[in-house]
Write a protein that binds this ligand. Sequence first.
Ligand SMILES: Nc1ncnc2c1ncn2[C@@H]1O[C@H](COP(=O)(O)OP(=O)(O)OP(=O)(O)O)[C@@H](O)[C@H]1O
Length: 481
Amino acid sequence: MASNSASQILAITKTAPYSKPRASRFLQSRKPYLNLCCLSQKFSNDNALFCLPNSKSFLLAKELEERNSNNHSPTLREICQDHVPGNVLRRLEEVGYLVPTDVQREALPVLFSGNDCILHAQTGSGKTLTYLLLIYSQINPKKSAVQALIVVPTRELGMQITKVARMLAAARHMDPELEQKSYTVMALLDGGMLRRHKSWLKAEPPAIVVATIGSLSQLLEKQIFKPDSLRVLVVDEVDFLFKSSKQVSSLRKLLTSYSSCNNRQTVFASASILQHRRFIHDCIQQKWTKGDVVHVHVNRIMPMPACLYHRFVICGRKAKHQVLLSLLQSDLPESGIIFVGEQSEKSKKSGQASSTTVLIDFLRASYEGPLDILLLEEDMNFNSRAASLTDVRKGDGYLLVSTDIVARGIDLPETTHIYNFDLPKTAIDYLHRAGRTGRKPFSDKKYYVTNIILSEERFVLQRFENELMFHCEELIMETQG
Ligand SMILES: Nc1ncnc2c1ncn2[C@@H]1O[C@H](COP(=O)(O)OP(=O)(O)OP(=O)(O)O)[C@@H](O)[C@H]1O
């Protein structure tokens, strides 16, 4: 039922298939178009009651009701039809991307209408595909210039995004118009061969560049890479890049001196944008984005995916290895990531073995399950890091022992269990570590995040629970020591 009464209150009595949170998100996603400055909402048992302050509320109610009665949710093809080239759409369907995730459904119309955008949605929610579809809607493969740039914090994330971008462009032969020219994607990442990239950029610039800020800055400063023809600039894991003091000045230069926000569409993406109002204010003030930048904030009341089940075990420091082993034996993960804290400089200097090395040695000696035990940490060289990830991706199952280097953006959808062998430093780090599991958008499976903590760390975990609004259940085990 909808009412266009003077009080501008509308009641929607049937929320299905729009559950309360979905109905709420739907209205929030319309906010930028409708300029609803004080949207408020209340829920009773089965009813959603929305109070909308302007005259468009009636139309909005009708749209929502119509969707409820038709049970219509647009497919990815329907959303992208008039924007993304046919060959990319066919490729999407070939690889099984048919139904949009929430962030794709909410953000793509905003992006296709030309707005700058802050994509703020849970880990594993499909932000990568969202901005790649925008890029494919904007670039012209016949033009010989870099038209889209994606900036990422790590080489590993850069390689992953490059692979998805290339995968989407792989169906060139199916479109006769594009037979002669294809979308080329260059990975300009730390640890790469800059000399080769220089020649490539000079000879025939790729349409899309995926770059870490360090490598990119070198080429920008030498004017080998000129972002004059940039149509889209994406900064992925934006909060992380702005947090790192080494990278922030290069990033600011890229956003304002090397290119202007008026000539490009700018997209910032992350699952965690702390103080987002302040960030949006900065975006506009500092001219990182245009003034009408849209904040697409999905699942604002639930920062982490609902499919994650959080647990903790309290034990003594010496019992941690044995507790982990017992957990592995009882959980029987299909694949898991074990996060270990980074070794301090002091401990490195004193020649102590790192926690990762000690743990890997322990697991190799004691774990008798079927999973491959692999290591990935900053101190490894780039080739070994790449080899570890290749092994993880091609194997039948893995236990990856890692530091926070894989905590941001890395997509290993087969991971069913996360173990925090050491607690992360902040709630935001917890969110990203936990988000390495639960990465199958339409699965209703449960995924497990287990924290092995000392009794004095319970209050830290409690703080994370309050900040991130989740509940962590205690697990009692025999081997707690
Ligand atoms: N529409 C879709 N249908 C099915 N799977 C999808 C769809 N969109 C994305 N995915 C899959 O969801 C997984 C997570 O996507 P993605 O890596 O983009 O997450 P993200 O939002 O960037 O997460 P993070 O914040 O952790 O970086 C990937 O395995 C991707 O293939």
